[in-house]
Structure formats: C-alpha cells, structure tokens
Design a protein. Structure first.
Length: 390
C-alpha cells in the first residue's frame, strides 16, 4: 500500500500537528526527523544502529544512486529495502537539488537539465520522466517530483518562471509514475515571497499528490526568518489530511519552529556531517569534541542521553582521541549520538503537542540550548509567533 497520513491533533496555541504515518513497515508518529542515507547508507551506521536510535523513515538520493550503482542494479537486488537490508520506510529525493548545485542556469530547459557527472565529468541529462523512472526502480515508499530548486536570492520574476516550470514538470512526472506502492509528493517553491509561495502551494495541491513538501529553504544561506516565513506562506494552502515535509532542514531550533508552523517531517545530513567534524549536540548546545578540555574528561557526551554511545559509557576523552586520530569509530559514535538527539527532540516535541505546551517548550529549549541571551532573532520570533494562529 501507499503511505497514509492521519492527523490526530492540532496544538491549541500554534499550528503544530500530531499525527501518524501508516506504511508497509508499521505506523510511525509525527513530527519526525529522518536521517539521510545518501548512497543507500546513513554514513558509518548499520541498520541495527538506525533501529536502536528509533529511526523511522530514512532518505536516499536519486542522483547519487543513478550514478552508482545504477537504478537497474538496485532493481535487480529487489529494490532499496532489500539492497540495503532496511525493513523500514524510505524516501528518495528527485535529483532536483543537484539542479541547484551542479547545473548552470543556461542548462535548465523545458525538457530537463543538463549537467556534469561530479564523478567523471560526463554530461548528464535529467528529465522529470527520468527522475520518476529511477525512483520507481529504486522502490522507495515516497518519491519526490522533479523540481527546479532555485536559490532564494533569485529575483521574483525568475522564481515565478521557475515555479511554472516546476508545476509543468510535476504534471509530467505524475503522468509516468507507475509504482502502486510508492507515494509521490509535490514540491512547493517560491523563495521568500508570500505571493509566490501561495501560488505554488495552490497550483501544486491541485495536482492531488500523496503528500507535499516545502523546498528551497535550505540551499542558499537563507536567514532563519526568511525560512520560517516561507513555511508560514506555504502551510495554510496545504491539505490538512496529507503529510507535510520540510526539505533539508535539521538545525534543532528549525525542527521546533517548523513544527510550530505546521510541518510534519524533516531531514538533513547535519547530524552525521557534524559528527565527522567532531561536533556533538546536547540539550545545552553544540560542542566540539576536539576542544583540549576534553582530553582528560572521562564523562559521557550527555548523561541524560539514551543512545548507545552514552549508555555504553564512551567518554569524551576517548571519543576525542578517536576523532583526533581520524579513527572511523569516533565518527560512528558521534553520529549515533547526534541522530538520536534529533529523533529524541521530535519525541519531546510530540509530547509538548499532546500537552498543548509548544510555546513553553520552545522558550525552554532556547534558554537551555543558547543560554540566557537566547537567539539573536528571538524578539522577531516572538513577534511572528503572535500570527501563528491567524
């Protein structure tokens, strides 16, 4: 079957939503953070470790799997689930982000996008139809429409043209989508402009996708206020009975602010990327394990954390040694911790929604994570929050 979203509750003071996703692999609660497994693996972690951190849906990257090993190889293996031995739901992106990161504007045409293979320099051409064909063969539970993901700094006129093209591409992709067990999501764009976000949301939802995502908020160094406004401009026009996905966002505060504005699921490569650079997340902020003060600190990363790394008692001193020595185990232990931290954060968010305490939860989080000074844009956020129920 295709996934099914059930809205259970809307929090009384915000647009935060509590829900469930019914899948072929069980029922999962939302809001949810989804770890990213770009090349059919969440970097350094095996599937048992992903289960241990309570991961629900994980992501894989259409573009990268198209290049290697190729969608036909994955198809021959029995699809992504069998190929990577993950018995849980999988979402595949469309390759649209690579349009932003690898293609030049002149190479984006009505037919599709021409860009160079980042591995060997070969010229590639990706179309809406090809993106869906690849995702059908990969066999993910959720496929994404092929979209143009323009920089937020693009002009209003360019973004309007880009939205029109993305809608035409969405229609073409939907027409060829032929996997009855795979949901297909539409993508809303529009940069920081209210009129464009509204237009994109209305026109995209007319196409009756299985779910909807908000794109173009994590690709151009956007400030957080613009990101949150883009969400606020989109969600009022998204169906309440379908899943809402904010693409590429994983900063802890963004999970909270996104939820407050009506988002259900999030993804980001940040927890494993941070880990590879020696950073770890806690209730009281982000820290660098390579700091010299950790050299003889034999306490765990976070005494309140229930992840394997902390429960097993691995010390800051040991993990620092591993990271400095460039031993892979260091990145693994920090990745386990960071992913569990974000998933646990969404568990706490769900509890706050149940108790109608999202605003209080946000305020306490800011105080703990950023200190007494809070965020530099905290006053603006408080002003914006007055409109969360308008």
């Amino acid at each position: 079957m295709k996934i099914k979203y059930n809205l259970l509750k809307e929090e009384k003071d915000t647009h935060a939503r509590l829900g469930t996703i019914e899948t072929n692999y069980g029922v999962f609660e939302t809001p949810m953070f989804m770890p990213v497994g770009t090349e059919a693996t969440v970097k350094t972690l095996n599937v048992e470790e992903l289960k241990d951190v309570h991961a629900g849906i994980i992501l894989a990257n259409t573009y990268h799997l198209w290049l290697r090993p190729g969608e036909d190889i994955v198809d021959q293996a029995g699809g992504l689930h069998e190929f990577m031995k993950w018995d849980g739901p999988i979402l595949t992106d469309s390759g649209g982000f690579q349009v932003f990161s690898l293609a030049k504007p002149k190479d984006i045409t009505e037919d599709g996008v021409k860009f160079k293979n980042h591995l060997n320099g070969d010229t590639l051409f990706l179309t809406p139809e090809k993106s869906i064909e690849i995702q059908n063969k990969l066999g993910s539970d959720i496929a994404m429409s092929f979209d143009e993901c323009p920089p937020a700094s693009a002009s209003h006129d360019y973004l309007k043209q880009s939205i029109e093209r993305t809608i035409r591409w969405a229609k073409r992709g939907k027409k060829v989508h032929n996997n009855p067990n795979q949901a297909l999501f539409g993508i809303i764009q529009g940069g920081p402009y209210e009129d464009l976000r509204k237009y994109s949301a209305i026109e995209t939802t007319k196409l009756d996708f299985d779910g909807y995502s908000i794109g173009g908020v994590a690709n151009d160094g956007e400030n957080k206020l613009d990101m949150y406004k883009a969400i606020e401009y989109s969600t009022p026009y998204m169906p309440k009975d379908k899943l809402r996905y904010l693409m590429g966002v994983g900063d802890p505060i963004d999970l909270i602010e996104g939820t407050i504005r009506g988002v259900d699921i999030f993804d980001c490569v940040s927890p494993t990327r941070l880990a590879r650079h020696g950073h770890y997340l806690t209730k009281y902020g982000k820290f660098n394990i390579k700091n010299s003060k950790n050299k003889d600190d034999f306490s765990v990363l976070d005494s309140d954390c229930d992840c394997y790394t902390c429960k097993k008692g691995y010390s800051k001193a040991y993990i620092r040694h591993l990271i400095v020595a460039q031993e892979t185990l260091g990145a693994r232990l920090l990745s386990i911790h960071n992913i569990r931290y974000l998933i646990k954060l969404t568990e706490d968010i769900r509890k706050a929604i149940k108790e109608d305490k999202m605003i209080e939860f946000r305020e306490q989080f800011i105080k703990d994570y950023y200190g007494e000074k809070g965020l530099p844009y905290k006053e603006n956020l408080q002003e914006m929050s007055k409109d969360n129920k308008n």
